[in-house]
Design a protein around this ligand. Structure first.
Ligand code: 3AM
Length: 175
């Protein structure tokens, strides 16, 4: 039997931004708005890979290693709600070109390796709340956290005691 893992490429939030975001979330969203994503799970997905076997994982790691992309900065200055998927998110009014190129490249590699990629446009975001299917009063603005992105990682999505946990498997610097 061949085993698979549920994988995705993502950018982690720096500790200082992570802490500021969870404090802001606690102050701005009432308990009933939705289920807060665990602080350790906050991330920006670059490419979702789905259930991947060892051979394909190796090919995707090799692709990640070949990537040539300069570091960039991004500003989390937008917030929104997708009631259909029940997600309240933090995002960017203008995503930097470096981020879009990085995601596009990884998504193209994923597709080449047979990982289904959604035809919907890529909308980079940090999921803040899940199961937010009712109307949510969104803050009119965010503090606009700026963060430098100097690496990206490959994560496995695990289920422990009914909770999602994301395990960093490997990371690669941007240079
Ligand atoms: O926190 P977000 O939503 O950005 O939504 C899932 C999460 O990202 C996304 O992959 C990340 C780790 O689970 N994800 C899960 N299933 C997915 C799918 N079928 C998916 N993204 C696209 N298609």
């Amino acid at each position: 039997m061949t085993s698979t893992r549920r994988l995705f490429f993502a950018i982690a939030l720096p500790d200082s931004v992570r802490q500021a975001v969870i404090d802001w979330r606690a102050a701005r969203f009432p308990y009933e708005a939705g289920r807060p994503v665990a602080a350790a799970n906050l991330h920006i997905t670059l490419a979702f890979l789905g259930e991947v076997g060892a051979g394909k994982e190796q090919a995707l790691r090799a692709a990640a290693m070949r990537l040539q992309q300069k570091p960039f900065t991004l500003t989390l200055d937008d917030c929104g709600h997708w009631p259909g998927s029940g997600v309240v998110w933090l995002g960017m009014k203008r995503a930097p070109r470096g981020l879009l190129q990085l995601a596009q490249w990884l998504r193209a590699q994923a597709a080449r390796n047979g990982c289904y990629q959604s035809p919907l446009p890529y909308h980079p975001h940090v999921t803040l709340l899940r199961q937010a299917h009712q109307a949510v009063a969104l803050p009119s603005s965010t503090p606009g956290w700026e963060m430098a992105v100097g690496s990206f990682g490959l994560y496995a999505s695990l289920f422990d005691n009914g909770r999602a946990r994301y395990m960093l498997l490997d990371s690669w610097p941007l240079a």
